[in-house]
Write a protein that binds this ligand. Sequence first.
Ligand code: FEO
Length: 396
Amino acid sequence: MHTKLAEGVYWVGVADWGIKHFHGFELSTHRGTSYNAYLIVDKKIALIDTVWTPFQDQLLENIKELIDPAQIDYVIANHAEVDHSGSLPAIMRAAPQATVVVSKRGAESIPGHYHQPWKFQTVQTGDKISLGNSDAIFVEAPMLHWPDSMFTYLMGKGILFPNDAFGQHYAACARFNDEVNQAELYEEAQKYYANILTPFSPLVTKKIEEVVGLNLPVSMIAPSHGIIWRQDPLQIVKQYQVWAEQKPEPTAVILYDTMWEATRRMAEAIGQGLAAEGIAHKIFHMASSDRNDVIAEVFKAKAVILGSPALNNGLLPTLMPVLEDLKGLKFKNKIGAAFGSYGWSGECVKLLEEHLAACKIPVAVPGVKAKWQPTPDDLANCENLGKAMAAAIKQG
Ligand code: FEO
């Protein structure tokens, strides 16, 4: 079913309520997602993005409510990732005369995915395509979040289609931001930013300044996932500017895994030290915690405290996914510390501190190790670690 955004502009996407893991199993999507495609019906007809392949029939049905898909003149492919381009083959079978509009890097990535002899038009920032009463204007947005990423702006209507930027993995029966639960919406928008866009934060700021500098009126921001920002649409732009600064809250997260509860007891003693100094914290047992939810908490917090017992002269393998994320997401303005139990080799703290260094998270407080099960003194050392970390957090 389609939804009207403005005269001649329609959402023709699909809500995917059932998807709980995205990118294979890389990203959890507890609230599902949507693949937002948009149809502009003017003298010329343009489709902005498509939907993931399994939903191609639904996309075509939605378009058929408005026009014959054979009438499509342009398919604007803002980004090649298959959640947005996956139905291109079906659309191009229905409208073989259509031109696929891509960025310079999209001219590599779209053919690289589909290997089809479609008619392409490559555009760069500032280029326009006249659709009749309105023009589509393009802004390249490389690495937000692929090299090919591009924004499309519909002049006259003031609608920005920024593809993945400003999106959320959030299936809803409503289409607009003023129709949904605000806490859910912002929780998903922030989780999306933290897990996908954090490493590109300097580019986010630069791109926002560039787009704002164009002085274009923005009546709506219509991303390729989740709800459309209609009420005060620039609120999400301002929020992205804040998130891009990566100024954490004075809080801590403790991430650990444990075999026989020794490292868990240490984690909780560290938490007691933080709490004694008035620092809010959350403790995550990584063997049973959702990695992406944890990353959203890390994004917000100043301190990251890592714990693992030693296993085979190394760390518990269950910690590796989140440790890889910490490295890849390149969080800024954090401080860290490490702790763990051991039986004989005892390199867990050293390895975790090396990992923090690789993540460019400075170790603010010396680590604590405990042999076998922690003694009362070991637990007191953990509590002191928490207190010292609280002091470091307060210093900013
Ligand atoms: Fe980068 Fe929603 O795909």
